[in-house]
Write a protein that binds this ligand. Structure first.
Ligand SMILES: [Zn+2]
Length: 491
């Protein structure tokens, strides 16, 4: 008996040594999150770009204010999820994270350098959960309100050392063989800004069997079995993005509509993985434009709602994870100028985004519009009544108007940056006056290092509770989906 035990102990040591030597590439971190439950077939990862707790709370508080209801009655869908966590967002080389590095962490489980897409800090390509899902026979969808080659979507299929290599990223997209890519457009399909152009991305996509759909009628008519699809909103505004919700018309498609169509096209017995990004929450927060940001959060939350409705049909088969890649703007509910007062309802008077108003300001400059005439439009665009404005507000607006009319170039390191960020001064000031009156404060025109909220619902969702770095979101999803790093990344 003793002899048997002795042999068996030696055998165990041998097994352990062989295991450690032969399987060094095993994704050992995944074992930090052991999961024994059932595997969901349908997995949604929602990423609100620039969306921290303040953005989520502001959207909810705004809804309650304009509807005159209790906060508890207007909970955002994502805020109702039973599992809520805090997630840190730093990159390896910078405390304050960025979209590419954060999306890489969320997609691959590796913390990386600012600007890298699905490469680890040593420049090694790492497989993404979307690629792993594809290799296991699941269908894959990537949806965003910004261009399809933008940092967040790109980190799920491209492996590049710079998020700005839009042409190369476009070709990576085609090579991904993902099934459904939808939302915005391409930023450098022809390779105009590439040092090594490889032919038009759209031609390559068609040759690879993708249908490229740009009008609403064809989009609505898409049915399962059509094959791989790249679908864009018919109207793309700045940087190839879908217009802000506040500037949309009924012809424009919403994030929820793209998500619903994705589900329709991708649903199959093996399952799917979908990443859905609200990409312009970040852009509105860079401009410190609360109302536009709030609308983007609401647009995003409606897409989350679509996934929740789908889950009601597949209650034991679905996992929904919602997170942010980093916070933007250092947004707060409450500001120095209004102390403990808030009037979120006045944001309802804003009719257009800062971006649309910037167009107006450029028009003023061309036409030599007077300050009083410009203020008329401020009243229309932002609902700012003359009576609402203090002497200080008017003086600040007049000074900013003059700067815009002088057409001074504003550089990110120039003296006016602290006052106006990178927007037209008059536009920045109109937005700021409205935000301050509503009781919303901002501390930055860029990202901040405040942790974001991660929410989870459905099969395996309990694993997401806690306080952890963003990369763990990927390891948890891999563990729950039983994903294996079966193949190397596409290139
Ligand atoms: Zn971002």
């Amino acid at each position: 008996m003793k002899r048997i035990l002795k042999i068996s102990a030696r055998a165990w040591v041998l097994v352990w040594v062989l295991y450690s030597v032969l399987l060094p590439q095993h994704p050992a971190r995944a074992e930090v999150f052991p999961y024994k439950g059932p595997q969901p077939r349908f997995v949604f990862l929602f990423i609100g770009d620039g969306m921290g707790l303040a953005q989520r709370a502001a959207a909810e508080s705004y809804l309650a204010a304009i509807q005159g209801r209790d906060l508890e009655q207007v909970r955002l869908e994502m805020n109702r999820f039973p599992n809520q966590a805090l997630t840190t967002t730093r990159a390896v080389d910078r405390f304050i994270g960025g979209s590419a590095a954060a999306a890489t962490a969320l997609a691959t489980g590796f913390n990386t350098r600012i600007g890298y897409l699905a490469l680890d800090p040593d420049h090694k390509p790492r497989a993404t959960i979307a690629e792993m899902a594809r290799d296991q026979g699941l269908k894959v969808g990537i949806v965003s309100t910004v261009s399809l080659d933008h940092a967040t979507p790109a980190a799920f299929y491209a492996h590049e050392s710079s998020r700005g290599m839009y042409h190369e990223i476009g070709h990576d997209l085609v090579q991904s063989r993902f099934d459904f890519l939808a939302g915005g457009g391409f930023l450098d399909p022809a390779g105009v800004r590439s040092s090594n152009p490889r032919g038009d991305v759209r031609d390559a996509a068609r040759q690879a069997g993708y249908a490229i759909v740009r009008d609403k009628k064809s989009f609505t008519g898409l049915r399962p079995g059509r094959g791989r699809v790249i679908a864009m909103n018919h109207r793309l505004t700045e940087r190839g993005a879908i217009p802000y919700l506040i500037d949309r018309t009924s012809d424009d498609l919403s994030l929820a509509e793209f998500t619903r169509k994705g589900i329709e096209l991708l649903e199959n017995p093996k399952g799917f993985f979908m990443m859905i990004e609200g990409g312009k929450i970040d852009w509105a927060c860079h401009a410190n434009d609360a109302r536009t940001a709030i609308d983007e959060v609401l647009d995003f939350d409606l897409a989350v709602k679509v996934a929740v409705r789908f889950m009601e049909k597949h209650p034991h088969d679905t996992l929904i994870v919602v997170t942010g890649d980093h916070e933007t703007g250092g947004m707060s509910l409450g500001s120095a100028s209004t102390r403990t007062q808030t009037r979120f309802e006045i944001l309802q008077g804003q009719a257009v985004s800062f971006k649309a108003f910037e167009e107006d300001v450029r028009g003023f400059r061309r036409m030599g519009t007077s300050f009083e005439d410009a203020m008329q439009l401020v009243r229309q665009r932002f609902g700012l009544d003359g009576g609402d404005l203090s002497e200080t507000d008017r003086a600040e607006l007049r000074e900013a108007f003059q700067k815009s009319m002088d057409g001074e170039k504003h550089h990110s390191n120039g003296p006016d940056y602290l006052r106006y960020g990178e927007c037209e001064p008059f536009c920045a000031m109109a937005v700021r006056v409205l935000n301050h009156q509503a009781g919303i404060g901002w501390t930055s025109y860029n990202h901040t290092g405040i942790p974001v909220v991660t929410s989870a619902l459905g099969t395996g969702a309990g694993l997401f509770n806690g306080y952890y770095p963003n990369k763990d979101v990927a390891w948890k999803i891999m563990s729950i989906m039983g994903l294996k790093k079966a193949s190397r990344p596409a290139r």
